[in-house]
Design a protein around this ligand. Sequence first.
Ligand code: PMP
Length: 310
Amino acid sequence: MVDPEFAWLDGQLVPWGDATVHVSSLGFGFGLSVFEGIRAYWDDRGSSLLVFRLADHVRRLYQSAKIYRLEVPYSRGELEAAVLKVLEANSFEEDIYLRIYAYPGSPWGAERSENVCVFGVPRPSNLGTAHPNGLRCNTSSWRRIPDDVIPPRAKMAGNYLQYALAENESHAGGYQEPIMLTTDGKVSEPPGANIFLVHGDELITSTVTSSVLEGITRSTIMTLARDNLGSLIVRQRPIDRTELYLADEIFICGTGHAEVTPVSSVDGIAVGNASVGPVTTELRTLYSDLVHGRQKRYSDWVTSVPAPVS
Ligand code: PMP
């Protein structure tokens, strides 16, 4: 990968190599850093980047910061503008994955101050191409952190340590993705994504109190299903582990690696007939159309950054 030219650090564009953090800072040392992962899709006509639900991602960053009493020293509008500035300054012409981090970056002993950085890197969309036959998942023996231990509702760098354990266990067992349960044994979420089951005429996802991050893709999928798949009843409710074994379809969703990715088996038990189901296929197509700006109905969710004039 060719490095991007610029990142945004504390209010200005800086060369990529200068976007650094002090090794003695709390942000680095304790993973005390709230963040967001955002996608910008290169549109079909090759004329602009389309940032998906930018305002909602920035809003969630502030919610995460509020939980941890971190001061983000910029307004939401300023951070939205910073994201657009990073895209423009780098003249990207492909799918981009962006991160915003807010963290106490001051060196040990210095007066505490919060820093913010924004960067984007090329990351092709996997929609419809990754795992065409679905993921082989396991239910993890590692339980998802509960709200009264480390709240998953905050998108916090330290939360992601848990995934190293769960993913190592999953991969060592020959699976591709772990599904984590809550401490009381209900289905929570896989790493960096939320989960949906189709059972009969119901589309079911874990509740927001099931130790999940309230995914923006999750909310998008529920809207798409309600607006476009009228025969489907959308439910948020606690899900038992064995419901995974009896579902007709399962998919995971999230901004980063998942987007919308089907699951073909859980703990070696086939989901439905182990092929990608019709509801998953339809929702994935609707989602792809939406993020690529082909669904005028949801145009408020898409911010266009015109390609540089060459
Ligand atoms: N859960 C966790 C723990 C995540 O990190 C993510 C990715 N941000 C998600 C769910 C999905 O959230 P979103 O759809 O907003 O990317």
